[in-house]
Design a protein around this ligand. Structure first.
Ligand code: FCB
Length: 443
């Protein structure tokens, strides 16, 4: 039995989430073209231990095994991402039918298992050929993204339950183009602003393309959010926190929901007014990822003007991220306060935690810290719903341990343990916990 703090209304979607480059492997098979993450991970010194996504979880070759794991959990939806360069090897022009066939096979298997497919079109893996002509710094990439949306919309639109255009565009901006810790590894500082604008434009154009190709399928965007607090009340810290908040929490939401850039960033966005109508085309839901809140102090050496300080009094995950479920509730109620009636229904498209899990001698994988994290964060979502926030679903990150970007395989987020030598999958304690939670909601 579960108590009211973990009880969600009838029809609430319980799912899990993954992303193409993090799980698929088969990086050079069946006509897939390279993406910026192939190039980046093969550049020495970029990813911990020199790890790459060449094999990852090998999910490309194991759709039956992975869908069986989803079926065993009892989830009603699965968020995965489509590799742009598997479908369009050079990002534009020639379509790779084998790539489309793979995703068609996946959505068919999901449908047969009673699981709603919820694909993301862009989870950070820009086709390398487009990067070679400027990537997201180039306005043309937004138009190519819309063309790609038309291709997948026409091929899969009759079978998917919802579309997500972009995943966490702020990470592509900040990690990928401001700081260079993610692909494509550029360090452009605030000069990277066009990467924000072109992703937003690509999102808006893709919404229109998906609507035309697959009428009636809900479309949204996924952003990550989290409270940003100043470390002290010194004006410099307060100002630095406000700027970071604008970049992290407002930059990819105000233009979409309000049709304008946040005031703190307006000076960077001069001359983009003509695109705001296309960017703010209505969406059907907002995808919200939440992991942790931040506390920052002014730091003139940082390209965004601030650096993090340790969050006080919180346990930490294996990533060092503070565990603060209350920050999830205030993130959700804060969205409601800022956007009011302009806020569409919310789907929590990611939430989860990394811990150093290992398979025990008896074959079990105890992960009580993850269970506690999930319990606390689902209660935090429920609390926000009680406060009036319209949340319709929760997609747990992640189904499988996978390639965690610059951290390689060193950070495990899965409900299912993956042995990266044998690729064996072993459900963890948290898998059973989530399965039981879902079962308790069956009519
Ligand atoms: C998010 C990413 C996802 C995964 C989790 C841990 O920022 O969208 O791919 O790496 O963090």
């Amino acid at each position: 039995m579960i108590d009211d703090g973990l009880r969600f209304p009838p029809g609430f979607t319980f799912g899990t989430a993954t992303a193409a480059y993090q799980i698929e492997g088969a990086a050079a098979e069946d006509g897939r073209g390279p993406s910026v993450w192939d190039t980046f991970s093969h550049t020495s010194g970029t990813v911990r231990d020199g790890d790459t996504g060449d094999v990852a979880c090998d999910s490309y070759h194991r759709p039956d095994e992975d869908v069986a794991l989803l079926r065993g959990l009892g989830v009603s939806a699965y968020r995965f991402s489509i590799s742009w360069s598997r479908v369009l090897p050079t990002g534009a022009g020639r379509v790779n039918q084998a790539g489309l066939d793979y995703y068609r096979g996946l959505v068919d298997r999901l449908r047969d298992a009673g699981i709603e497919p919820a694909p993301t079109l862009f989870h950070w893996d820009t086709p390398q050929a487009l990067q070679d002509t400027g990537g997201w710094m180039s306005r043309d990439t937004a138009a190519r993204f819309a063309d790609y949306a038309t291709v997948v919309g026409e091929a899969l639109g009759d079978r998917v339950g919802r579309w997500i255009t972009l995943n966490e565009p702020v990470v592509v901006l900040a990690n990928g183009h401001v700081e260079g810790t993610h692909a494509p590894g550029l360090r452009l500082g605030l000069g990277a602003f066009p990467v924000a604008h072109h992703q937003l434009l690509g999102h808006g154009l893709a919404v229109a393309a998906l609507r035309a190709a697959s009428p009636g399928v809900p479309v949204g965007i996924t952003n990550n959010y989290g409270p940003v607090l100043p470390a002290t009340d010194a004006p410099a810290d307060v100002e630095a926190a406000a700027f970071r908040d604008a970049v992290h929490n407002l930059l990819f939401t105000d233009p979409v929901l309000l049709g304008r850039y946040p005031a703190a960033l307006a000076h960077l966005a001069e001359g983009t007014e003509g695109d705001l109508a296309a960017i703010s085309v209505p969406i059907d839901f907002l995808g919200v990822n939440y992991y942790f809140p931040e506390m920052v102090r002014a730091d003139p050496a940082d390209p965004l003007g601030s650096s993090g300080v340790e969050w006080p009094d919180a346990p930490r995950t294996d990533f060092g991220w503070p565990v603060v479920p209350a920050g999830f509730t205030t993130t959700l109620t804060g969205l409601r306060e800022r956007y009011g009636n302009a806020l569409p229904p919310i789907h929590i498209t990611e939430n989860g935690a990394a811990y150093p899990d290992a398979v025990a001698a008896d074959g079990s994988v105890p992960d009580p810290d993850r269970v506690a994290y999930l319990d606390g964060h689902l209660r935090a979502v429920r609390a926000a719903m009680d406060a009036g926030v319209d949340v319709r679903g929760y997609y747990l990150w992640s189904l499988l341990d996978n390639f965690e970007w610059a951290e390689g395989y060193s950070k495990r987020f899965g409900l299912v343990h993956v042995d990266f030598d044998t690729l064996a999958r072993t459900p963890k304690q948290s898998y059973g916990w989530y399965r039981d939670l879902i079962r308790a909601h069956l009519p």
